[in-house]
Design a protein around this ligand. Structure first.
Ligand SMILES: [Zn+2]
Length: 237
């Protein structure tokens, strides 16, 4: 595994830094891989704070940066809200342009509510129904899997593995995605961890940083992954 942060935001959506400045910060923090995945297809945010109507512009801009880098690798991602209340029906997504990205993260899969309110549960089956049209790596952003799949740990692990859907373990900036003050991965039961390992579900790490402040600060997650023999996704190898 190379030191990475695969979940970050820039001022293309609601992040503080430009992509160029975030790249510079990633260098200073000695990251090997930076994943930028700005928001899209969400009613949570104004159009000017997401890339939904500017996918081409975003892609071309990040591709130009990507080509100019050495030492640090940039992965171009997109974070898509699939909640029932705020997000998009996956069947309506523009798959052709999505296939030009390096990866996609779906947020709020099978999630009834988040720490800030109800989001509306959309089953993972709706995401899986378009999975075979996506030729790029697909993952779940900061999913509270233990709560969302309580009692179905083995079943969901098998489904994720069979459909090549990775999960992001997030050490979140300022407790952004937490339950009872703990990052979601810290709620994972032994049963869930065992199922993820047994089925070979792949993992990436992210902070969901919007300010750059905690960019790449993922040592606790790295330790959790190695202690539990979880496997990283090739995106971060
Ligand atoms: Zn995010």
């Amino acid at each position: 595994m190379r030191r990475h942060d695969l979940h970050t935001h820039t001022n293309f959506s609601d992040g503080r830094f430009s992509p160029e400045d975030l790249v510079q910060l990633a260098r200073e923090k000695k990251l090997k891989i930076l994943g930028i995945c700005d928001h899209a297809f969400s009613k949570k945010l104004l159009d000017s704070y997401q890339i939904t109507t500017r996918l081409e512009e975003y892609l071309r801009h990040l591709e130009t940066i990507q080509k100019s880098l050495n030492g640090l690798m940039l992965r171009i991602g997109i974070e898509i809200d699939v909640s029932k209340n705020y997000g998009v029906d996956p069947a309506l997504l523009p798959v052709d342009i999505l296939n030009q990205f390096d990866f996609v993260l779906f947020e709020y899969v099978n999630t009834a509510s988040e720490y800030w309110g109800k989001v509306g549960r959309r089953s993972h089956m709706e995401v899986i129904s378009i999975r075979n049209q996506l030729e790029i790596p697909v993952g779940l952003a900061h999913n509270d899997i233990q709560q969302n799949y309580q009692g179905k740990e083995a079943e969901i692990s098998k489904i994720l593995a069979q459909n090549e859907i990775f999960i992001e373990l997030q050490q979140s900036e300022r407790g952004r995605n937490t339950r009872n003050g703990m990052d979601y991965y810290n709620h994972f039961s032994q049963r869930l961890i065992h199922s993820l390992v047994e089925n070979g579900v792949r993992i990436v790490c992210g902070t969901d940083t919007h300010t750059g402040e905690f960019l790449g600060e993922l040592d606790d997650v790295y330790q959790f992954i190695s202690q539990n023999n979880l496997q990283y996704h090739e995106l971060v190898m």
